[in-house]
Design a protein around this ligand. Structure first.
Ligand code: ATP
Ligand code: MG
Length: 264
């Protein structure tokens, strides 16, 4: 793991309201470069809301966001993306009739100079070749590059969407990857691929936040667990040595917050 002392992403005092519903209450959160943090909590605890704040999809009512020490106000996901924060939107953002290679390169299509020089066009062959190399590097295998996304299963689409975000952040070691239940629709083999992908990205220095209800996956890939209960952070501890019964207790609310004494 990295020895850098500045978090890749740091949130302080985050409050988020949906009308009268307080979805997030004074949340402090950070993830270091090369660290994988598992964000846990029961349904409605505020996990997706917190990821949306991190990814610029929601503006918090209060609180600050820092990326590698610099304060940012995200007005849109593109602001977060510019700062190196990539959220994986599961199957929403794939272009159905296009093949896997095109989808992996959306927005950054490989342009080849045409005979007119300035008239670039998409070089599909080069794109397929580089996409295959990228996926090999990431250890991901789904289906042939030329297969249209509309012919993939839900799980295969999810792997393509994840791989695309991984490719986008993997150019820069300072990237931050946010995953909301990345294995929810996946079978055994593809869950293993996603676990390996998460570890490989972290080893490259990428900071990763993964929301999941899958505790075995958490113990497999995360370095630290942050647990939310009804919009409050109730635990933040290293995964190694974290007692499963305690973790479940914090998730369900049967165990008191680690921060209870500090707050009173
Ligand atoms: N768009 C919205 N409008 C109003 N309330 C919302 C909205 N989105 C979420 N909420 C509320 O905010 C709270 C946190 O929801 P959130 O989606 O962050 O939970 P979650 O931890 O991701 O749950 P799950 O595990 O079910 O995905 C819940 O009480 C939810 O009802
Ligand atoms: Mg959610």
């Amino acid at each position: 793991m990295s020895t850098t002392a500045t978090p890749a992403l740091e949130l302080s005092g985050i409050e988020m309201h949906y009308g009268f519903v307080r979805a997030l209450d004074d949340i402090d959160f950070h993830v270091m470069p090369g660290e994988v943090v598992g964000l846990l909590g029961d349904n409605g605890a505020g996990k997706s809301t917190l990821l949306k704040v991190m990814s610029g999809a929601h503006r918090p009512s209060h609180g600050t966001i820092r990326v590698h020490g610099r304060e940012h106000a995200f007005h849109a996901p593109s602001d977060a993306a510019d700062a190196g924060v990539q959220m994986v939107y599961q199957d929403l953002s794939l272009v159905e009739p296009q093949d896997i290679a095109i989808n992996l390169n959306l927005g950054q299509e490989t342009l080849r100079k045409g005979p007119l020089g300035w008239l670039g066009f998409i070089d599909r062959k080069a794109m397929r070749r580089s996409s295959e190399l990228e996926l090999d590097r990431l250890g991901v295998r789904t289906a042939p590059m030329t297969r249209p996304v509309e012919m993939l299963s839900g799980g295969q689409r999810q792997v393509v969407a994840l791989a695309r975000s991984a490719i986008r952040v993997s150019g820069e070691s300072r990237g931050i990857l946010l995953l909301d239940e990345p294995t929810a629709a996946l079978g055994y083999e593809q869950t293993r691929q996603v676990e390996a992908l998460i570890r490989r990205m972290a080893d490259q220095g990428i900071a990763i936040v993964v929301v999941t209800h899958d505790l075995p996956l958490c113990y497999e890939v995360t370095d630290r667990l942050v647990i939310l209960n009804r919009g409050r952070k109730v635990a933040d501890l290293p995964t190694a040595g974290a007692d499963r019964d305690h973790v479940v207790g914090w998730i369900t609310g049967s165990r008191a917050s680690m921060f209870a004494e500090a707050a009173s």
